[in-house]
Design a protein around this ligand. Structure first.
Ligand code: ITT
Length: 224
């Protein structure tokens, strides 16, 4: 019987949003911090879907547990969809949120069309490979002046008309109700019973994952 789901993200702000939304489910939620270091997942997919699946499946394989991951980002109409899957490293590897925002605003200098949306693809994978996918987006406008201190990433310049605020001016609860990740996770919550059944079947059918033989080199079993 499925009783545990791992959230595979290294982004602490995302993790907080995930945990808040999934907190009242009857499933034990674990994060990567609950395990020892695991190999980094290289996000080299061309789509949010590719990357979400890669993060979820690779983590599920390594830990031998069902895993949920998302790939998300900002899609700006006037920039042909950039930064898109490159949102986290728009101004270079290990870029800070501040640097990414600065680069985006400089690319949009003098541009009138400020339409954009956040996109989120969630993948729930089992170690043997099959996965469920959920997708959601949230429309907004990019503004030049940063507003608000909450959230992360591009939140201070993502203006959400319905609330007349940027995402960084919303509480986490407010943001989770309307955001791309919040909406995708709401679908997961709505289908949690079917998802549990689906995971139970896959986990029951599959053989336990084989441990990497390298783990056992130099391992002294004599006392075990
Ligand atoms: P993980 O891959 O470990 O989950 P990450 O931050 O690298 O963490 P992504 O590859 O999915 O995650 O990149 C998402 C980037 O898109 C993120 O770093 C932000 O720059 C932006 N982004 C995604 N969701 C956002 C949100 O709700 N608010 C603001 N920016 C967001």
């Amino acid at each position: 019987m499925l009783n545990m789901l791992v959230i595979a993200t290294t982004n602490q702000n995302k993790l907080k949003e995930f945990k808040e939304i999934l907190k009242d489910l009857d499933i034990e939620i674990r994060s990567l911090a609950d395990f020892g270091p695991i190999p980094e997942v290289i996000e080299d997919g061309e789509t949010f879907d590719d990357n979400a699946y890669k993060k979820a499946w690779q983590t599920a394989k390594v830990l031998g547990l069902p895993t949920i991951a998302d790939d998300s980002g900002l899609v700006v109409d006037a920039l042909d969809g950039a930064p898109g899957v490159y949102s986290a490293r728009y101004s270079g590897e290990n870029a800070t949120d501040e640097e990414n925002v600065t680069k985006l605003l400089s690319e949009l200098k003098g541009v009138k069309n400020r339409k954009a949306h956040f996109q989120c693809v969630l993948s729930i994978a089992v170690p043997s490979g099959p996965a469920l996918t959920y997708e959601a987006s949230c429309e907004g406008t990019i503004i030049d002046d940063k507003r608000g201190d909450n959230g992360f990433g591009y939140d201070p310049i993502f203006y959400f008309e319905e609330f007349d605020k940027t995402f960084a001016q919303l509480s986490m609860e407010e943001k989770n109700k309307v955001s791309h990740r919040g909406k995708a996770l709401a679908q997961v919550k709505a289908e949690v019973h079917q998802i549990k059944k689906w995971l139970d079947q896959r986990l029951f059918e599959e053989k336990p994952p084989k441990p990497d033989h390298a783990e056992f080199i130099n391992n002294d079993w004599s006392e075990k």
